[in-house]
Design a protein around this ligand. Structure first.
Ligand SMILES: *Cc1c(COP(=O)(O)O)cnc(C)c1O
Ligand SMILES: [Zn+2]
Length: 418
């Protein structure tokens, strides 16, 4: 696999950005080297194996990743992705069927693990002693867990306010050093970008190994569906690394002959952090904004991977839109009603499906996969506040019932059964 600039195509070495134009780097796969039937049966056979590399939904696809010696692979059995039927969610969006692929069911409870296993394994192979990231919480938790496994010191830069306490607590548990900076995520990422990659391993999604790990979510999803391609994949967009990773994974699966078409990709942003959605509507270059949204994992005003993500959305015939914080909050409550649950940012996908059904962009009978990016327990404070509010799907705690009122309550609960 060759590392090259994703913008000008120049071959790249050990830098983080292209020396010629400053663009992000990306690995290029040569699909001519593989046989699709042999690959499929190899990947399918590995699902029954107990080899730690085979049980990982990233390393199971190792032929399609930059080579890393087995002794350097740091894995926590990431990317083993459950697919759930979205019964209540589909109904809410006025669609006949949809399913959730839950990337929150990862070792540290977000999709960031799939990228981090690749980035930290590479850092270990390269002899790195320190790994650094800027984070709204989930990248920090994932990096610290993999650093703990690898024996690498972790340093994370997080915004001092407005990120979930559970994510910070997780990061502290894994033993990383947390530095709260006076500013938002975009500011923290600027600081990280100015560091010397020769001294520290920078593992934000500008790191091409992160994208290689995350693209495997596309392979794992296709494999879980017996390689049947959905019509649409709907996912939240923040820094847009995940959009570029899913797009790359589907494109490579197509080029390899594992599938014969790609799903359309719909990216959903929060209205207060929607520079990519604006760009998609109006054209031109991305104009950064000061981000405001209670979906903190996508509170990003200057997404680093917008060029890559735009190319992926366009090639797939997809779309980009934004939804309000209220729409996200209600959609998150609905995902809970399916017995699944997710953190706020993840619910942008269901809110997005609902909006795209209203516009008619997505057909009622289309086969839609909604990407849930993080676990419900990532942001307990948000859920509590929702249920204490007057929001449409708020579920209030009842005050201490007497014997008589308890009988009434049982009748009420019985009647409300769906
Ligand atoms: C990181 C993250 C996102 C955004 O992904 P990008 O790759 O930055 O677009 C969405 N949801 C959750 C839960 C995340 O942790
Ligand atoms: Zn370049």
């Amino acid at each position: 696999m060759q590392l090259a600039c994703s913008e000008c195509g120049a071959r790249a070495g050990d830098t983080l950005f292209c020396i010629a134009c400053g663009g992000l780097l990306a690995f290029a796969l040569d699909p001519g080297r593989y046989d699709a039937t042999a690959l499929r049966s190899l990947f399918d056979r590995r699902r029954g194996s107990n080899d730690p590399l085979d049980t990982s939904g990233v390393w199971r696809f190792r032929e399609l990743l930059p080579p890393i010696a087995r002794e350097n692979v740091v894995t926590l059995r990431e990317n083993v992705l459950p697919l759930y039927d979205a019964r209540v969610g589909a109904d809410y969006a006025n669609a006949t069927h949809a399913s959730y692929v839950h990337l929150g069911m990862n070792p540290t409870a977000s999709f960031k693990d799939a990228g981090m296993t690749a980035a930290i394994s590479h850092a270990k192979a390269a002899g790195a002693r320190v790994a650094v990231c800027a984070s709204t919480g989930n990248t920090a938790a994932a990096m610290s867990a993999y650093c703990a496994r690898a024996g690498i010191a972790g340093l994370v830069l997080v915004p001092a306010v407005g990120i979930s306490a559970a994510k910070v607590a997780q990061t502290l548990d894994y033993g990383a050093t947390v530095a709260a900076i006076d500013g938002d995520f975009d500011r923290a990422l600027d600081v990280v970008r100015s560091l010397d990659p020769a001294r520290v391993a920078i593992v934000n999604s500008i790191n091409p190994y992160r994208i290689e790990g995350q693209k495997c979510a596309a392979f794992a999803l296709l494999q879980a569906r017996d390689w049947r391609v959905p019509d649409w994949l709907v996912l939240p967009g923040g820094n847009l690394g995940n959009t570029s990773a899913f797009g790359k994974g589907f494109r490579e699966a197509l080029a390899l002959g594992l599938i014969d078409c790609v799903p359309r990709i719909a990216v959903v942003q929060a209205a207060g952090a929607a520079p990519f959605s604006k760009l998609f509507r109006e054209g031109g270059d991305l104009v950064p904004v000061r981000a405001h949204t209670t979906a903190t994992a996508i509170k990003i005003g200057a997404p680093a991977s917008w060029r890559k993500a735009l190319a992926e959305v366009r090639t797939s015939g997809g779309t980009v839109l934004d939804v309000t914080d209220e729409e996200i909050a209600d959609a998150r409550a609905i995902v809970g009603r399916d017995g699944i649950g997710c953190e706020p940012a993840s619910a942008a996908s269901l809110a997005g499906l609902r909006a795209l059904r209203e516009r008619g962009t997505i057909g009622r009978d289309d086969d839609v996969v909604l990407v849930l990016t993080g676990h419900v327990l990532k942001d307990g404070g948000y859920a509590t506040a929702y249920h204490e509010s007057a929001a449409p799907f708020a579920n209030h705690i009842r005050s201490t019932p007497t014997d008589a009122s308890l009988r009434e309550l049982i009748d009420e609960v019985t009647a409300s059964r769906v």
